[in-house]
Design a binder for this molecule. Structure first.
Ligand code: F0G
Length: 463
């Protein structure tokens, strides 16, 4: 990367107004806690965690402007003024004509999947996301991965590993026909690939392909601002474009979006569905009252909608997004310098440890990423998340584990929450764990829930 700012120090574009004290624990306490949690970091109490890198979802620090917005909540059942602010922000920054609020991202995924997918349909997408694919399957669809092959290789240096392989779209079309493909599911800053961006050029090609075949594009806009930052840094022609204009262009190449506002928009809860089509909007507005709430609140309080509206405008600020992605790069580069195997290039929201290279002695059916996450917690009180075979779940047809090529541990950075010193402590803990990696043993799953098993599954250490 030819980023000249790299050799100069930089600091966060904010200062701290309120702090939350952290609890320190001993290794003995953490050993007890992880055993009680069945070696699943989702089942730990957050009070027992020192640095919490489980997720960047709902864990961001809101700004004073967002908190002030919370005090302006209009908690009317219908027609809250905050809904109109949200609608205005979605129109201005993303450009979708209609917005249907939902309690969080998966609420929007549920609604759009039920509206667009029929039994036996196929939904191509640039790598699966857990909740997105499940809603597609529950609606009768089959997800088909059409991301470029490079995305499945953690060492491949492709700058846009979120790109779609048009040849894979063609192959699916030949096999099932356009009438069986309701839409293409396009994520920006692809989470499961390691927070990897899609280029605007690729999206333009996908858009052209979709228009030609009369197929819609539904955009998972959860981390679109992070994607836009990579476009600005890496894609020729966008060097001088604003983050806001890139976000708007990306959205303009799609027909609708599902949004978990808990990420880019830096709120603790909230999401929405954005659409352009009158009929889809009509159906979504009708369905939201069944599953979420009236179409002018959809499961959110008025104050939450206000915080989302303000958060969206903050998410496209260049200094903000540069520091956000910069902090992830800072942690990633420390690990790379120490020889720890991570997904490259470093992604937008998290650093992903490559468990297959980290623990070559633990086979994938003994959940190496889960084992690393558990041991990192025991050693340092740092909480991370498995993104490998446990997260991938079972194939609904065969009932077998799905063995993804990527077996990863995600160190996810909440926005505006931790300092560079927290990143240093985390890096030191991971490096020490890597140096002692041969002591880490595989796990056996002893409890497995039917849906999204990674949230609640329980394990024990192999003897
Ligand atoms: N899409 C993506 C790309 C996500 O990362 C998430 C959530 C969702 C949809 C669902 O949104 O949680 O608001 O219902 N990701 C979180 C994570 C949980 O930790 O990556 P939600």
């Amino acid at each position: 990367m030819t980023d000249k700012t790299k050799r100069r120090s930089w600091a966060e574009p904010f200062k701290i107004k309120m702090v939350e004290l952290l609890k320190m624990t001993t290794k003995e306490e953490r050993l007890r806690a992880i055993k009680e949690a069945g070696y699943n970091t989702f089942l730990l109490r957050s009070d027992d965690v020192y640095i919490d890198l489980l997720t960047d979802s709902g864990t961001s620090a809101m700004s004073d402007r967002q908190w002030a917005g919370m005090m302006l909540g209009d908690e009317a059942y219908a027609g809250s003024r905050n809904f109109y602010h949200l609608e205005e922000a979605v129109g201005r920054y993303y450009g979708y004509r209609y917005v249907v609020p939902t309690h969080q991202g998966r609420g929007a995924e549920h609604i759009i999947s039920r509206i667009l997918i029929r039994q036996g349909d196929f939904v191509p997408g640039n790598m699966y996301f857990t909740t997105t694919r499940l809603h597609q399957e529950l609606a009768g669809g089959t997800f088909v991965d059409v991301i470029i092959d490079e995305a499945h290789d953690p060492t491949n240096q492709h700058l846009f590993k979120g790109n779609i392989d048009i040849a894979k779209l063609d192959a699916l079309l030949d096999k099932v026909g356009s009438e069986r493909i309701p839409y293409i599911s396009v994520a920006t800053a692809v989470n499961m690939a390691g927070g990897q961006p899609i280029s605007v050029q690729n999206l333009r090609e996908v858009n052209e392909w979709a228009q030609k075949h009369g197929i819609l594009i539904i955009h998972d806009a959860t981390r679109v601002a992070e994607n836009a930052y990579f476009v600005k840094r890496r894609e020729p022609g966008f060097e001088n474009a604003s983050i806001a204009s890139i976000v708007k262009e990306i959205c303009s190449l799609t027909d609708g979006c599902t949004m978990s506002a808990k990420k880019d928009a830096m709120v603790n809860i909230g999401g929405f569905l954005g659409v352009n089509d009158d009929e889809i909007y009509d159906e979504a507005r009708n369905m939201v009252v069944v599953y979420e709430g009236l179409h002018t609140y959809g499961g959110m309080a008025g104050r939450d909608m206000e915080a989302v509206a303000i958060g969206i405008s903050e998410s496209v600020d260049y200094e903000h997004i540069k520091a956000r992605v910069g902090q992830v790069e800072y942690l990633g580069n420390k690990l790379l310098e120490a020889g720890v195997p991570i997904v490259e290039p470093i992604g937008g929201h998290a650093v992903f440890l490559d468990a297959k290279r980290f623990l070559p002695h633990v086979p994938q059916d003994q959940f190496p990423a889960q084992a690393i996450a558990a041991q990192l917690y025991v050693e340092a009180g740092v909480r991370s998340m498995e993104r490998g075979v446990v997260s991938a779940g079972r194939n609904p047809e065969t009932g077998d584990h799905r063995y993804p090529k990527l077996e990863l541990v995600r160190l996810t950075i909440p926005r505006r929450v931790y300092t560079q010193a927290h990143m240093d402590v985390t890096a030191e803990a991971v490096i020490e764990l890597y140096e002692n990696r041969e002591k880490i043993k595989g796990l056996r799953m002893i409890y497995e829930p039917k849906y999204l098993r990674f949230f609640q599954a329980r394990f024990e250490v192999m003897g």
